[in-house]
Design a protein around this ligand. Sequence first.
Ligand code: HEM
Length: 508
Amino acid sequence: MKEFEENAQSEVGVMSPEYVNAVTLVVTALCVVQLVRVLWNWQTEGLRSIPTKGSLGWPILGEMPSLLRCAGTYTLESCPRSHLAFVSWLRERVEKYGTMFKTHVLFRPTIMMTTPEEIRFVLDDPDKKLSNGAPETLKRLLGSFNVFALAGQMHRDIHKILADSALVPELKRKTPEFDRLIRHSMSTWNGRTLDLLGAVQYAFFKAMTFNFFGISWEHEIADKAAALLSLVMPGVVSVPINLPGTAFYKAQNARKKLDKIFLPIIQEMRSTGSDGSSKYASVENFPYHSLLKYEINGEQLSDIAVVDILLSAILSGEGPSNVVSIALIYLKKNPPMLKRAQVEVDQLRKLKKESGEPDFSLSDLRELKYLTQVFHEALRITTIAPGVVRSATADIHFKGHVIPKGWITVAPFALIHMDPELYPEPSKFNPDRFENPPNPAIFFPFGRGNRACIGRQFTRLMVLMILYHIISNFTWEVVNFTGKLKHLPTFRLLGKVEIAFESRAELS
Ligand code: HEM
């Protein structure tokens, strides 16, 4: 009977206290062993790069908690301090450990490279052993073929195809259309207060859907695409929580709707060839026929892969609108600078009127010397991309250090752009520091090397053209700007930048 009861107990799963104690003991021992393994790995990972000093911080979290404290919201007035939050996080460690130091950020052991020479090494990647550390949100929203996630030969080929479409000859051909778009956008500004950041971003997205997909900016589909594009970018820099109401959720929905606009264009471009007919886009303005023919392992890229690639290039429209807004805010705060800019644009306007060719052309950029200085200074002080992240695909040796395979390396441009030895009084907006063209060895707003920004010429043209039209046509007052901004993960003005525009009295 006793034997029967014992069997019955075990059948129904009732365990004796001795058995429970034994299980608890085993589970606890396993947990302790696991914890020791995690700590041991942590420690040994850190010890691998013996010559490189630094701290890996807390297990799992590394030094992220202290770095995230620099990613807060700041105000324009506290800009010096806000820049210094991230910059002094770096400087503290440079003083303690040296210019190349180890840390643990973005959940990976990291080598931070902090001098211009070290940053150039990361960007130039002479050993071809660094791949891009694109964030997961970017892959989930922009797809696995987004240009930031591509690597190796395929990245080099696609980068070239994209870069060729943004070179001077193509920009020259399209400038009259960009100019018409900008003048049309500004035609209703007189006497109005509007959100400059939003308005410029909107115009940029339309210019880019024209540039990358050949969609006429006058077609209503361009408005629809621009509205959807402005929802995707906040998702890229958000926490990837896919719940209704979150930025990530909205961005994912917007991406699906954008596919419905862009996929038919790619299908039409494949089938229409060169007869020029397409529902929304013109074949002659679609510069990517070589992308449609590009093959991997003998197979052409799928339509969705082409959309991934072009969409990832278009989404950089947030940067230029921040540069335009910051330039206008600083010019307004500094009347002598504004006066110099006005004299310059008025001179060009007069010249153009006299020559009988009033429309903006690419060659006009040469005449806008002071505005170009303003553009460079706005790029420096914002440093829209504060740095880049790369992942080591093999052990890399540099200056007596090793960047072990699997580690990431970070090249923080912001530190260089705010270095008082290279840029005296770095927190001051001072276009005069760019009287001579920027020195590419210490100026990295667009990166450099095989991943350098393909949109830098386009950005320069559009930002200067927009500033030219605004300064020559309007006076403005900043009426409502929270003054708030973020530096990490990218520089962004927060909220609206509401500006009241009036036609310039002396010109009317
Ligand atoms: C203020 C404006 C902009 C800034 C500061 C900026 C900055 C950068 C930087 C620093 C990189 C290099 C990233 C890296 O090395 O990993 C980059 C890459 C890139 N940018 Fe821009 N960008 C701007 C505007 C644009 C525009 C308007 C476009 C499109 C027309 C564009 C398209 C791209 C693309 C496609 C890449 C990736 C290149 C590659 O990985 O092969 N950018 N940008």
